[in-house]
Design a binder for this molecule. Structure first.
Ligand code: 0L1
Ligand code: MG
Length: 267
């Protein structure tokens, strides 16, 4: 890792256990910097990597990665100024049109994202938008269900990275399309909750181009000593602000050219 890690191994493991407990038993915890005020972004990724190691050791399969906090709207909403990444496992995937339980989540929110599925491996540093597009098999519309484990969604970047970028669930759907058939910068997106429009946006909200967000993700992966294998599922970041959901809500994300993704939330 080329990031600045200040925490010792014991603290990293302790914090990963704390985040894992909050994620798997769905309870809110204070942000980690309350106890470790000098925690760096590198420390956040060290805790996230330990969390990933623990999940994989207990049988979860890594299926891809997510870019987070990639739009101005999200950075403003959350009071941070640098994007982040998190990992995705098979246990977080939910089928399209399905019922998603909220009993095992703290305070879920939904965001519309363009997802990429890769056919070639990518590695940084120096990964570019063009390299991402050349390595992409197809893109599809997706909804990320984020669920910060921090009380009141109050956190800073180091804490949210340790909490795996608030990753909780994700749903891919709609129509898979080849990236060269579309202008990925200008796709319009509408988010509906119970038939009411609760968010609108254009895919350019994500760092100007969703593939730029994926390139950024690959470059951060290089900093933590990882690469993106072929066959990865990558979410490029929320296009609209995140919207809270509760049991009884149904959500439809409509993407121009890519179709829609639906789900409902239950106890
Ligand atoms: O995917 C995201 O942009 C979420 C980043 C983490 C911040 C949050 O919990 O909203
Ligand atoms: Mg997201």
């Amino acid at each position: 890792m080329s990031m600045n890690i200040t925490l010792g191994r014991e603290d990293i493991v302790r914090l990963a256990e704390r985040v894992e407990g909050a994620q798997t038993r769905a309870y809110a915890i204070p942000k980690l910097t309350d106890e470790y005020p000098a925690m760096t972004i590198g420390d956040g990724y060290a805790v996230q990597s330990e969390l990933r190691r623990r999940f994989i050791a207990s049988g979860h399969r890594l299926v891809g990665w997510k870019a987070g906090l990639t739009s101005k709207a999200k950075m403003q909403q959350m009071g941070v100024n640098v994007p982040s990444i998190g990992f995705l496992t098979d246990r977080m995937a939910r089928p399209e049109n399905g019922a998603i339980s909220t009993g095992d989540l703290v305070h879920p929110r939904v965001e519309c994202e363009v997802a990429f599925v890769t056919k070639l491996a990518l590695s940084g540093p120096g990964c570019t938008c063009e390299a991402v597009l050349a390595a992409t098999d197809y893109v599809l519309p997706a909804v990320e269900i984020i669920d910060s484990r921090f009380a009141g969604f109050k956190f800073d970047l180091a804490s949210v990275i340790a909490d795996n970028g608030s990753s909780a669930r994700f749903v891919g759907g709609g129509r898979a399309r080849r990236p060269e058939e579309l202008d990925l910068r200008t796709l319009g997106v509408v988010m509906e909750r119970n038939g009411e429009i609760v968010g609108t946006g254009a895919s350019a909200a994500v760092l100007g181009h969703p593939a730029d967000a994926v390139a950024m993700l690959v470059n951060i992966l290089a900093e933590i000593g990882e690469t993106l294998p072929a066959g990865s599922f990558v979410m490029s970041g929320g296009i609209t602000e995140a919207v809270a959901v509760k049991p009884g809500d149904s959500v439809v994300a409509r993407f121009q050219e890519l179709g829609s993704v639906s789900m409902r939330f239950v106890e």
